[in-house]
Design a protein around this ligand. Structure first.
Ligand code: IPM
Ligand code: MG
Length: 361
């Protein structure tokens, strides 16, 4: 099969890790007889520098017309001026919104060989296998009113946590669907003791829970969830939550895996955009940032991006065998001791990818 993939390497270490993911995908293409058509575009700080905009209309249109998008990372000190008209992060948010990818899947698994590297006690980490589903195109990031003004002689800034029922329903539906293929438990995270939007969130979660009696539903307040991620992560399965809550909780959860550099993500829209099946348009990116401190050194961990490419094969192209081949190669390489600097090792970005490619069977 032929698939059209837009690459948005972005800023900092983005181009280094995306470059290695492409090499892994090329290996998959030749081994399993597919053809991937890669086209590279600018997004983020590099796009501001070249076009004066973090995401141009043309780039967004190209992404919309592709089968999926693989992104590295955006941002860096160069574009951090708080007064700047545009920021790299704005491009990323506009891309997510423009692609309609409302569900951000962030799986957190701990490889047994990396347990030692985590600051948590080993016995807490055994069996950790969490799928965080972060709502991505609504909530506090996107609600209106939003902005700054002067009111009663005071400078004021406003962000709004807004949700429509359909936005909550569609992500909750996906959470239950995915839980059925896993350990059949959904933890819905909200702040229903304080926030109106969370009370609607909980109401809809409860409704969907009644329609899915085979899945256990629990409601956990976000502050408690932050604590439970550290004290008892092994009994979480699918965790579904608001945009900003999910942003915060997934950085926290990444500590469990030993390094942020290991973790992939998939952002999905509605099913059926390809061949009327379960395949979906998707945006795939590691959860780490652009890491300006190590950019250009060739030492970043490419695994998060490579595992994101595996998620692309699974969710956008329905290539389950190929996706599993990559994931198994990562497991094998880590078991064999392959480590980049973030994991306490000495392998370069390229060498780490080479190890994985050797292990693709
Ligand atoms: C993430 C990042 C982004 C977010 C930033 C870069 C806008 O932190 O993907 O988690 O907040 O969504
Ligand atoms: Mg984040």
């Amino acid at each position: 099969m032929n698939f059209k993939i837009i690459l948005l390497p972005g800023d900092g270490i983005g181009p280094e890790v995306v470059g290695e993911a492409v090499r892994v995908l090329e290996k998959i293409a030749s081994k399993f007889n597919h053809s991937f058509d890669f086209q590279e575009r600018l997004m983020g700080g590099c796009s501001i520098d070249k076009y004066g905009s973090s995401l141009t209309d043309e780039t967004l249109a190209d992404c919309q017309a592709s089968d999926s998008v693989l992104l590295g990372a955006v941002g860096g000190p160069k574009w951090d001026d708080p007064k700047a008209k545009d920021r790299p992060e704005r491009g990323l948010l506009a891309l997510r919104k423009g692609l309609g990818v409302f569900a951000n899947l962030r799986p957190v698994k701990v490889h047994p060989a990396l347990i030692e590297g985590s600051p948590l006690k080993p016995e807490k980490l055994k069996g950790v296998d969490i799928l965080v589903i972060r709502e991505l195109t609504g909530g506090l990031y996107f609600g209106f009113p939003k902005g700054r003004d002067v009111k009663d002689g005071r400078e004021r800034a406003v962000d709004t946590l807004e949700y429509y029922d359909y936005e909550i329903r569609r992500i909750m539906k996906l959470a239950f669907e995915l839980a059925k293929g896993r350990r059949k438990k959904v933890t819905s995270v909200d702040k229903a003791n304080v926030l109106e939007s969370s009370r609607l969130w909980r109401q809809i979660a409860t409704q969907l829970g009644k329609g899915n009696p085979d899945v256990e539903l629990e409601h956990v307040l976000v502050d408690t969830a932050a604590m439970k991620l550290i004290t008892g992560p092994a009994w979480m399965d699918v965790v579904v939550t608001e945009n900003m809550f999910g942003d915060i909780l997934t950085d926290e959860a990444s500590v469990l895996a030993g390094s942020m550099g290991m973790l992939p993500s998939a952002s999905l829209g509605v099913a059926g955009s390809r061949s009327g099946s379960e395949a979906r348009m998707g945006l795939y990116e590691p959860i780490h940032g652009s890491a300006p401190d190590i950019a250009g050194k060739g030492i970043a961990n490419p695994v998060g991006t490579i595992l994101s490419a595996a998620m692309m094969l699974r969710h956008s192209f329905e290539l389950e065998v190929e996706a599993t081949a990559i994931e198994a190669a990562v497991d094998r390489s880590i078991s064999d001791g392959a480590r980049t600097a973030d994991l306490g090792g000495k392998l370069t970005t390229r060498q780490m990818a080479e190890e994985l490619i050797k292990n693709i069977q």
